[in-house]
Each structure stands twice: as C-alpha cells, then as structure tokens.
Design a binder for this molecule. Structure first.
Ligand SMILES: [Zn+2]
Length: 436
C-alpha cells in the first residue's frame, strides 16, 4: 500500500510517509501493525558546533514501536540516518515523534503503561515486543519519578488499611487510599509496613498536610498515634465496618464457648450453623431465621450475645451524634447487665476508641469501599507471583498517572528556544527514493 509517496507535502510538517503496511490482528502470534516508513530528510543542528547539516554519513535500519492499533502494537521500520557535520562530528538525526535515544513513541509508552494494570509485565512485554524485565524497569522508573514528585495533591480524606498479599503469611503492608471521591477510592500509596515510625515519616512528608480533613482507620493504635502526632487537626474516624467486625468476633467467641458446653452432636450442629451468626440478620432467609431462633432458645447466652451484636450494629443507623451517643449508652448498660466476657472486652475497646468511633457521626468516611481495591492488589500480586513493593505500586498507580495527565516523558530533551527543524525545511517535497 502506498501513501502520499510522490505527493508534495503542503502541510506544515510531516516527519515520515508510510511506504507499506501489514497487519497481524490482535490475538494472533506476533500481532501488530508493521509499517515501513520513509523518514523525510531534514537538517539538524550539530550537537558540537551548532551548525545545521543534512549530509548523510550512513543509514541504520531501525525498528520502533509507535503506538497501538486495535490493541496491537504498531511497529515502524525505517532507515535512520547518521548525519555528518563539517566539524567531523557524526550523530543520529533526531526523530521528531520519538523521544531521543528511545525505541518507543510517547503514545506507545502511554499505551504500554496503561496496560500494566491489566496484565503482568511479562504479558505486556510480549504485546509490545519487549522483555518483561524491560517493561518492569520502564514502569518503575516512571512510578519512581511519580513518587518523588510533590505534584500529587494531598487528599482531603485519607483511608488507611493494611493488606497481606499472601494469605496467612508475610508481613502487613500499609495501603493509603485517597477517599476524596468516596465511591471511587484511589490508591494513594503503599508502604512496606504499618509500624508507627513508617506511618509517621510518611505523613510528615505530605506536601500539604493541612488539607487533610479526616483519616479513616481501623482500631490499630499506631495509626491513631501517627495521625495525632503529625496531623493534629485531622479527624480520626474509626470505620463502622471495623467495629462491626470486632463485634462479630465477640459473638463468635460466645458461640464457640457455648459449643463446648453442649453434647457432641449438638455442638457439631451449632458449629455448622456458623453463618447464621456472621451474616447480617436482614440477609437471612425465613428458614435460617427460624434456626437462629432455635439456637437462641437452646443457648441463652447466645441469645444475649446476639442481641448485643444487633444493638451495636444498630449504632450505624443513628443519624445524629446525639442519637448515636444515646444508643451507645443503652448498649453499654446491656453489656454490663449480661456480663458476657467477650462483650466486656469489646466494651473496653469501644471506650478506648470512643472519640474516634463517634467521629464517624461527624464525618462519614469508611474503608469499606477500599476492600475491592485491596482485592485488586492481591490479584495483581498473584498474577506476578509476588512482586516487590515498587513493582506492585507502579502497576497499581499507572492508570492514575495517565488519567491525570501528569505523564512525564523520559530522555526527551526539548531544546530551549530553538525549533527542532530549521524553518526552510518545513515545506517538504518528497522526491527522494527509498534507500536500502
Ligand atoms: Zn559540527
């Protein structure tokens, strides 16, 4: 297919013409749009003496990735000129659509970086004709520059949560979410640990700590201390979700204790009914509710614990701070009356965190929505068979970097005031022949 080959280019500036192209559609091996280009000859400034030259010293066959076409990469092959200057210096002619010394256009880099959130470095590398290692290095370099930039605005609402990437083993990693748009939390950053020193030093680095209105945390003391020390004016909010979780655990303890006092057959039956106690009441079918009533009648302390649990859940249906306080006072009285050990423990936890629990009624932020994001992180980690933290963070943050248009091109030196092409060569007449 020949395009514009003999056509005079009246447009301001076209750096190349397509001589031929061949497409292997997405999904087939070696998918891509393979184009052969003829790059318009142009003069360039000598990097040594600064004079313009267009004398060709030699040609190199070069293949670059220029973007994507229907999801497959576009590979361009062309003869790249090495120019020669009167002063004796030779240099590769600059290619206006490619960053210097790179084999990928800015568009292709963008496409590649965006696809890392859906695929492993290996699979992205295959799609872009690179090795997985190469993709990884590229992405990390971008993400590191991103991480060093003070550009990312400090969010008004922050969510702190931890995840273990490998279930049951490995240390906790701290994930921070930007919850300014509550239904769409975005990963702000990931830290290797959730120890006090690490959380503190991170919070102290924030460019605009005064912007933070509230921080949602679970009941983990170092978080509270870190926020209180470094962001004294931010509201610390204990998530409803985490308090209910603690209450479910207390209920579970009561159930397990009750099992021990039952005869083996009944004990096993109760054990198998575990979900009756962990599922929210309103989600139970009529039949399950009946079974629940049965157990409540059989084991009185289970009935008490269940009622305490339901009452605490009711806390989050309160619409005002005052209602919530009244509700907690009622709950407290009930706990003290029943004297169930697990709930007495929960009661002291509630006391310990009372201001933060009540802050939820001033500012309703919650980490509940970040759970989906955490799962996404875990899935990514599994795809890559366990990433180093930098790689994982890079994969997770890349779409953000692009969607917010703060993408930085690497090694692309824009000359200060000089136009890249001398004005005289802008109007190109392509009469030359394709060599080699
Ligand atoms: Zn020179």
């Amino acid at each position: 297919m020949l395009h514009h080959f003999t056509m005079s280019q009246e447009q301001e500036y076209t750096p190349y013409v397509i001589i031929s192209q061949r497409e292997i559609p997405w999904g087939y091996p070696d998918a891509g749009l393979y184009r052969e280009l003829a790059v318009a000859p142009q003069a360039a400034r000598c990097p040594d003496c600064g004079r313009w030259t267009s004398t060709v010293h030699e040609y190199h066959s070069k293949r670059v990735t220029s973007g994507t076409y229907h999801g497959a990469p576009v590979y361009d092959t062309f003869a790249h000129r090495r120019l020669e200057c009167g002063c004796g210096r030779t240099f590769m002619e600059p290619l206006p659509w490619l960053p210097a010394h790179q084999r990928m256009s800015v568009d292709a880099q963008r496409a590649m970086c965006l696809s890392v959130s859906d695929g492993t470095f290996q699979s992205v590398g295959r799609a872009f004709g690179r090795t997985g290692q190469n993709v990884r290095t590229h992405i990390i370099a971008k993400a590191d520059v991103e991480a060093d930039l003070p550009l990312r605005p400090t969010p008004a609402y922050l969510g702190m949560d931890e995840i273990t990437l490998a279930k049951g083993k490995g240390q906790y990693r701290l994930v921070l979410y930007d919850m300014t748009v509550p239904w769409r939390p975005e990963l702000f950053t990931m830290l290797p640990s959730r120890r006090l020193e690490d959380v503190l030093s991170f919070l102290r680095q924030l460019p605009h700590p005064e912007r933070i209105i509230a921080v949602a945390i679970d009941m983990w003391e170092p978080y509270r201390r870190a926020v209180q020390c470094s962001l004294p004016s931010a509201l610390v909010v204990v998530d409803a979700f985490h308090l209910i979780q603690a209450s479910t655990r207390a209920l579970d303890e009561v159930r397990k204790k009750a099992q021990k006092n039952l005869d083996p057959k009944q004990s096993l039956a109760l054990k198998q009914e575990e979900e009756l106690f962990t599922t929210p009441m309103e989600d139970l079918s009529a039949e399950k509710r009946e079974r629940l009533e049965y157990w409540k009648a059989q084991v009185p302390e289970l009935a008490l614990a269940f009622s305490l649990h339901q009452r605490l859940r009711g806390l989050y249906r309160c619409s005002s701070f005052e209602d919530a306080l009244d509700h907690l006072a009622l709950w407290e009285r009930e706990v003290l009356e029943t004297g169930l050990e697990s709930f007495l423990k929960l009661h002291s936890t509630v006391w310990n965190w009372l201001p933060e629990i009540m802050n939820r009624f001033i500012c309703k932020i919650s980490n509940a929505k970040t759970e989906g994001k955490n799962n996404q992180l875990r899935t990514m980690n599994q795809q890559g068979f366990g990433y180093k933290i930098r790689s994982l963070r890079a994969r997770m943050q890349m779409p953000y970097t692009y969607h917010h248009k703060r993408f930085l091109s690497f090694g692309h030196e824009t000359p200060s005031n000089e136009p890249a092409i001398p004005p005289a060569t802008r109007k190109l007449t392509l009469e030359w022949k394709w060599t080699q």
